[in-house]
Write a protein that binds this ligand. Structure first.
Ligand code: ARG
Length: 466
């Protein structure tokens, strides 16, 4: 809250044409320092690069540049040591730092803002932050992918039921199922890499919106800040938040993937399925029902998807219909991205831990894989291959065999040969070779299929690639 004294004074950074300070409510709605202080390191890096460029191009003196750089480094330590006093009256991180710089070095501080505006400054700081965050996301995805590769390798031969409509469809291997997630998170990681490449352009030097009359060197600041090149249109530069939206979109897609995995873990860990046992580290007990072990971490990951989707929709809506170039609406971009980034990081870390720790109950998976007439397609395929039936007819014959097994309360492989032959005389003893889950799984050698050999070759491909 501002003091009376603060209120009387007009803003010291832009107060030239203002008679009095902001109303308390105005200050409340206008200030972003409570959240954009997160950008302090990027702001200081950007200012150091900008000052060095101003000195190199002769816009400020080397002496002033030294003072500015020294002051900025002092501020960095102050913030990192928790000694810096942030003020709402100074609105945002940019003005908090610049004001402190003036305290520390005097009038030379006023030269730092030559040939720039908070519009290109915030675009720079935020882009640097998002780019760094994407680097963390990429590393987290790599950890999750590698947890799945290890599980897939260990369980390349472990049979489980494959589902469609959450009904038993055909036997698959758990390794194959794990590799489906490797593909999904691999695509997420590709999206991260594309986004980094896409946003790798430096906004600084666009100034307020029109560029500047000072002889700046934008290539120099771009290189100093690790960007491939400067942006090409100053109006677009200060009004663009696509980089934040791309971050949020890829986060939403990744969170959607995580929520599907979370849902499967919730289902698999029920006593009814019993496919996995979660480690104590990633589950909780019930305060009333002693037998329970709840998959809370998975449920929370599933729920975080809602927050991340919300952030994407919020920022899309904030940006929708904004005229070019900068509008203060855009200040609302940061909390969405910060919140989504935190949720995604946490979700990725929790899932990696859960996947690494979970115990696979191969016996339960095998029992379920063999139930529900899961090898019916193998029977039909055998009739096509060995007895020359058209697939549609084979499907019909198999349907009758399933009905017979269902009526007797047995599995397909338990039907006597004579009974199968009563349905179709072309059936021979050889049919029993394809009715087991192992035979079913081993036969699916098509590229990308569930046969252990196929799964192992995909694992090897990913290991070489990752
Ligand atoms: N705090 C502002 C933001 O986050 C910085 C840019 C302010 N620019 C301006 N013209 N008022 O968007």
């Amino acid at each position: 809250m501002s003091t009376d004294k603060d209120k009387q004074a007009s803003n010291q950074m832009w107060g030239g044409r203002f008679g009095s300070g902001p109303d308390a409510i105005m200050e409340e709605i206008n200030a972003s320092i409570d959240f954009d202080r997160k950008l302090y390191a990027q702001d200081i890096r950007g200012s150091l690069a900008h000052a060095a460029m101003l000195a190199k191009t002769g816009i400020i003196t080397a002496e002033d540049c030294d003072k500015i750089s020294h002051g900025l480094n002092t501020i960095l330590s102050e913030i990192e040591d928790g000694k810096f006093v942030f003020s709402r009256r100074l609105e945002d991180i940019h003005m908090n730092i610049e004001s402190r710089l003036a305290d520390l070095i005097g009038p030379a501080a006023g030269r730092l803002h030559t040939a720039r505006s908070r519009n290109d400054q915030v675009a720079l700081d935020f882009r640097l932050w998002v780019k760094e965050e994407l680097g963390r996301t990429e590393a987290s995805l790599t950890r999750l992918i590698s947890a799945f590769l290890d599980k897939a390798e260990e369980h390349a031969d472990t049979v489980m039921p494959g589902f469609t409509h959450l009904q038993s469809a055909q036997p698959v291997t758990f390794g194959h199922h794990c590799m489906a997630y490797v593909e999904m998170f691999g695509r997420d990681r590709e999206r991260v890499r594309h986004a980094i490449e896409h946003m790798d352009e430096s906004p600084i030097g666009a100034a307020a919106l029109a560029g500047t009359g000072f002889p700046i060197d934008r290539a120099m600041t771009a290189a100093a800040l690790g960007f491939r090149e400067p942006t090409r249109n100053s109006i677009d530069t200060v009004s663009d938040r696509d980089f934040a939206l791309e971050f949020l979109s890829l986060s939403a897609i990744c969170a959607m993937h995580l929520s599907r995995l979370a849902e499967e873990i919730v289902i698999w860990s029920t006593p009814q399925f019993g496919f996995v046992r979660l480690s104590d580290a990633f589950s909780t007990g019930s305060s009333i029902m002693p037998q329970k072990k709840n998959p809370d971490a998975a449920e929370l990951v599933r729920a975080k998807t809602g927050r991340i989707n919300g952030s994407l929709i919020a920022l899309l809506t904030i940006m929708k219909g904004l005229p070019l170039a900068y509008s203060k609406d855009m200040q609302e971009d940061k909390e969405q991205v910060f919140d989504a980034a935190e949720s995604l990081e946490l979700s990725l870390a929790a899932m990696t831990g859960m996947v690494r720790d979970m115990e696979i109950r191969a016996d339960r998976m095998r029992a379920a894989a063999g139930s529900g007439f899961s090898t019916a397609t193998d029977l039909a395929d055998w009739l096509v291959r060995e007895a020359g039936l058209p697939f549609r007819e084979a499907h019909h014959v198999t349907g009758r065999a399933v009905a017979m097994a269902e009526e007797r309360g047995c599995e397909l492989a338990e039907l006597p040969l004579a009974d199968l032959q009563s349905i179709n005389p072309a059936i021979t003893e050889g049919i029993y070779d394809v009715l087991t889950v192992d035979a079913s799984v081993a036969s699916r050698q098509s590229y990308g299929g569930t046969a252990p050999a196929q799964v192992r070759s995909q694992i090897a491909r990913w290991r070489a690639w990752t």
